[in-house]
Design a protein around this ligand. Structure first.
Ligand code: GDP
Ligand code: MG
Length: 247
C-alpha cells in the first residue's frame, strides 16, 4: 500500500494538446518544489487531438502524472467527477487545463482551508487589490449575467461559481463528488448548492486569472445548456430536501 499523497491535482482536458503541456509542466515543477508527495490526474474527456499521447509522454517522465482516458466525450462535470473519485490526496485541487490560473495561486486556497474552510473556490469576481483578472469583455459581461441568473435560482454566498480552480479537503471531495449528477459545465453550481446544503464552510477566494486563447466554451453555444443543467440540479436538490409526503 502506498501512503496517500498530500495533494491531488485533477485536470479535465478536452482537445487540449495546444494548451495543456505547458501547464502540466508548471504544475509538476511547482509541486516538485514543495517537496510533498502529490499526484496529477489528467482526465482526457474523449479528445480527438493528441492530448492523451502528450500526457502519456509526460507521465513516462514524471511518475506523479497519471492519465485517465475516457472513451468518449462526456462533459467537464463528468470528467472532474471521475478524476476526483480516483484522487487520493489529502487536499484535492481541480484546475482547468489552460493554465488561466497560475498553479502558485493554490497557496491562496490552501490558506483559506488552513483557516477553517472545507472547500475554497477561486473567484474572478471579488474585488481585491492583490489580484489581477484579465478577461475578455464579453465573457466578463456574460459571467455577470450568469451570476445574476444563478442567484435568482437561489444560489447565494458564492459570486463566481464557475471558476475552474477549486480546492477540497479529502473527506469533503469524497462526500460531494459521488453525489453530483451534472455532466456538463453547469456542474459547479450543483457542487456549490450541495456543499451549502450539507453545511460545509465555503471560502470564495480572489485569485489571479488571465484569459487564455483557445477557449472552447461559447456563451451562446453553452450558456442555455448550462442554465438548463442548473435548473435541473436545483429541482433535484429541492426534491431531496422535501421528499413528497405520502397521501
Ligand atoms: N471534460 C471536458 N472538459 C472540457 C470540455 N470542454 C472544455 N473542457 C475543459 O474545461 C476547462 C475550461 O475550458 P475553457 O475552454 O478554458 O473554458 P473557459 O476558460 O471558460 O473559456 C478546460 O480544462 C477544458 O479542457 C468538454 O467538453 N469536456
Ligand atoms: Mg479557460
Amino acid at each position: 500500500m502506498f501512503a496517500a499523497p498530500a495533494w491531488s491535482v485533477v485536470i479535465p482536458a478536452y482537445n487540449e494538446a495546444a494548451r495543456l503541456p505547458a501547464y502540466l509542466k508548471e504544475v509538476v515543477a511547482y509541486f516538485d518544489g514543495r517537496d510533498q508527495p502529490y499526484e496529477v490526474l489528467v482526465v482526457d474527456d474523449g479528445s480527438r487531438d493528441a492530448t492523451g499521447a502528450l500526457v502519456r509522454e509526460l507521465a513516462g517522465v514524471h511518475a506523479c502524472v497519471r492519465l485517465h482516458a475516457l472513451p468518449a466525450n462526456r462533459g467537464k462535470g463528468f470528467a472532474v467527477r471521475t478524476g476526483m473519485m480516483a484522487a487520493r490526496g489529502a487536499l484535492r485541487l481541480m484546475a482547468d487545463a489552460d493554465g488561466a490560473t497560475p498553479i502558485v495561486e493554490v497557496k491562496r486556497l490552501e490558506a483559506a482551508i488552513q483557516a477553517g474552510a472545507d472547500l475554497a473556490v477561486g473567484s474572478r469576481a471579488l474585488p481585491d487589490p492583490s489580484v489581477v483578472v484579465r478577461a475578455r469583455a464579453h465573457r466578463t459581461l456574460a459571467g455577470q449575467v450568469f451570476s445574476r441568473l444563478v442567484r435568482a435560482l437561489g444560489v447565494s454566498g458564492v459570486v463566481d461559481t464557475q471558476c475552474g480552480f477549486k480546492l477540497f479537503r479529502a473527506a469533503v471531495a469524497d462526500d460531494l463528488f459521488p453525489a453530483l449528477r451534472t455532466d456538463g459545465f453547469g456542474f459547479d453550481v450543483e457542487l456549490v448548492l450541495l456543499a451549502q446544503h450539507r453545511g460545509y464552510r465555503i471560502a470564495e477566494v480572489p485569485i489571479n486569472w488571465t484569459d487564455q486563447p483557445g477557449s472552447k466554451v461559447g456563451v451562446l453555444k453553452d450558456g442555455p445548456r448550462m442554465l438548463a443543467q442548473i435548473v435541473a440540479a436545483c429541482l433535484r436538490l429541492a426534491r431531496s430536501r422535501n421528499p413528497r409526503r405520502e397521501a
